[in-house]
Design a protein around this ligand. Structure first.
Ligand SMILES: [Fe+2]
Ligand SMILES: [Fe+2]
Length: 367
């Protein structure tokens, strides 16, 4: 089958609605079109049915009478343009009322072309064919665009997955350097996302928080063992070096403009800032601290306090909650502390869900 005949087949299979209140006109037009090889014809005598039939199946052309009872041709054109269909079918108006005013009115209302009645058979067939050729080409390019958009969405999704894989592994690399466990990372990231959602963040940003917050301590990769793993208290110099895990993290996560890594960098840099300005590395205060950093601060501290570490037993829940209450307005933003207490049941659920026996392999899932 040649390309040309394939195209002919497509054109002849195009769905054509013929709308006319006179039965005789419908029959005549049907005969003309069938003789020319068109097979997919829908004859409509009651113009009130047009919209419904149009919606039934993709339509490629509408042959439309103007003077009809109930809904006239202009009403139908209005209905069609109200559909907001990006692939709206072309309309060829056929009317006995063939004057300049009527033609212009129909064209302005969205008709593609106009033919006077009684019509010239050859003219009708030539116009029908022309309109269908354009129509099918348009439909083809529209479908190709949809296909391309679909492919782009798929690739974007793959890219996002790869990026997530990389950041999770980066977060895990930091865990190897530290006393913090995989379960801590899971709990603090889920808690951070929960707080962000309750604080009114958009869902995409909440998801970003979920995946970005596990990297808050990635900078610990750059802290020497004798400081990072020192069992006792750090002296002033060691403490100063320890604090650089924030800026080292910022450097590691620098240079990518994805939302995810931008937020991860922001969190790495600011999760030890305090609301009253007494934190590090910059001593930022209040709203100068990015919201992500303010949220992670509380989720991270709460989980650290209530977790066992080689050098400390977990704090009892009440004691940890007291710490948060007392830190409101000092270490933590008061509003986030409030939200934290509002969400306490869910936060305790997260705590019970990810226990230390969870392997660090447990992936961070979106809920
Ligand atoms: Fe940290
Ligand atoms: Fe942490």
């Amino acid at each position: 089958m040649s390309a040309a005949s394939l195209l002919d087949t497509d054109i002849q299979a195009a769905r054509i609605l013929v709308v006319d209140d006179e039965r005789a006109n419908l029959v005549l037009m049907e005969r003309v079109l069938r003789t020319a090889g068109y097979t997919n014809l829908v004859l409509i005598q009651d113009s009130r049915e047009v919209l419904e039939r149009y919606r039934d199946e993709p339509t490629d052309l509408i042959l439309l009478d103007i003077r009809m009872p109930h809904l006239n041709g202009f009403d139908i054109l209005d209905q069609l343009s109200g559909l907001d269909d990006p692939l709206i079918s072309p309309v060829l108006v056929l009317s006995a009322e063939y004057n300049r005013e009527a033609v212009l009115r129909a064209l302005h209302a969205g008709a593609r072309d106009f033919i006077g009645k009684p019509f010239d058979r050859a003219e009708v067939l030539a116009k029908v064919r022309n309109m269908l050729e354009v129509r099918l080409a348009h439909r083809l390019s529209h479908n190709q665009r949809l296909l391309l958009e679909h492919l782009v969405a798929e690739r974007t999704h793959q890219l996002r997955d790869t990026r997530l894989q990389v950041v999770h592994r980066l977060g895990r690399a930091a865990e190897y350097r530290d006393n913090e466990t995989g379960a801590h990372i899971l709990r603090m990231s889920h808690t951070s996302a929960l707080l962000a959602r309750q604080l009114g963040w958009e869902e995409a940003d909440v998801e970003c928080m979920l995946h970005a917050s596990p990297m808050h301590d990635v900078g610990k990769i750059g802290i020497p063992d004798h400081i990072l793993l020192k069992p006792g208290k750090l002296d002033a110099e060691e403490w100063a070096i320890m604090q650089t895990h924030t800026t080292i993290g910022g450097d590691i996560l620098n240079g990518d403009d994805s939302d995810l890594l931008c937020m991860a960098r922001e969190i790495a840099l600011t999760h030890h800032e305090k609301w009253d300005g007494s934190g590090y590395p910059k001593g930022l205060a209040g709203e100068d601290i990015p919201p992500s950093g303010r949220i992670v601060a509380i989720a991270d501290v709460f989980d650290a306090l209530t977790s066992a570490r080689p050098y400390k037993a977990p704090w009892p829940l009440e004691q940890a909650l007291d710490y948060l209450r007392q830190g409101s307005g000092q270490h933590f933003e008061p509003r986030i502390v409030e939200v934290f207490f509002d969400l306490l049941p869910q936060i305790l659920e997260i705590r019970a869900r990810f226990t230390e026996t969870d392997s660090p392999e447990t992936p961070i899932q979106d809920d």
